[in-house]
Design a protein around this ligand. Structure first.
Ligand code: ROI
Length: 170
């Protein structure tokens, strides 16, 4: 099994429900199991125009899927939750980004790991640090704590929203 970290984000159609649904689907993937989950963080959308705020979280998934298989699975889940890819950085029901896959560095046309923009995104780094710890070493040799030191918290807020998928009606 490999440990993969996946960032979740939503700013449309009840973001908390979107994240919980996605977590249930990730946990149900063949030979995949959620190992840990961050809190839910809220922040203003980075993107064009006026958009609803985002809810973000990071999950650690133990998986026997290869990285390309995991990418395919995350895209299937995004599509199943009505993700429409019309506008770059436009609002979305669900975004799933593979941040890290074991200690691997992957650079193909369809998959970039570590995620190329994670270092500049507070809504990725802070939830990631919550579950992985600031001592996490990235495949390129960087330390998560150093990335955090260069990425202000800004308007990011850790909310009381529960992403618990075991006690949620649906
Ligand atoms: N902005 C925030 N706050 N959170 C996100 O998850 C997010 N995701 C995106 C873009 C459009 C860059 N903006 C975001 O993909």
């Amino acid at each position: 099994m490999t440990s993969a970290y996946i960032a979740l984000g939503s700013n449309l159609d009840n973001p908390a429900s979107q994240l919980r649904r996605a977590l249930r689907q990730l946990n149900c993937l063949h030979q995949c199991q959620i190992e840990s989950l961050s809190g839910a963080y809220s922040s203003a959308a980075i993107g064009p125009g006026t958009q609803p705020d985002y809810l973000n979280a990071v999950v650690k998934l133990a998986t026997a899927l290869s990285a390309p298989q995991l990418l395919g699975a995350t895209q299937t889940i995004e599509n199943s939750q009505g993700r429409i890819r019309s506008q770059r950085w436009g609002p979305r029901t669900l975004d799933l980004d593979i941040l890290l896959y074991g200690g691997e560095e992957i650079h193909t046309q369809s998959l970039q790991i570590p995620h190329p923009r994670m270092a500049e995104r507070n809504f990725v780094l802070y939830p990631l640090a919550e579950i992985a710890g600031e001592k996490l070493i990235l495949p390129c040799g960087g330390v998560l704590g150093s990335l955090l030191a260069n990425c202000p918290l800004g308007d990011l807020v850790r909310t009381q929203v529960s992403l618990d998928i075991e006690h949620e009606p649906g």
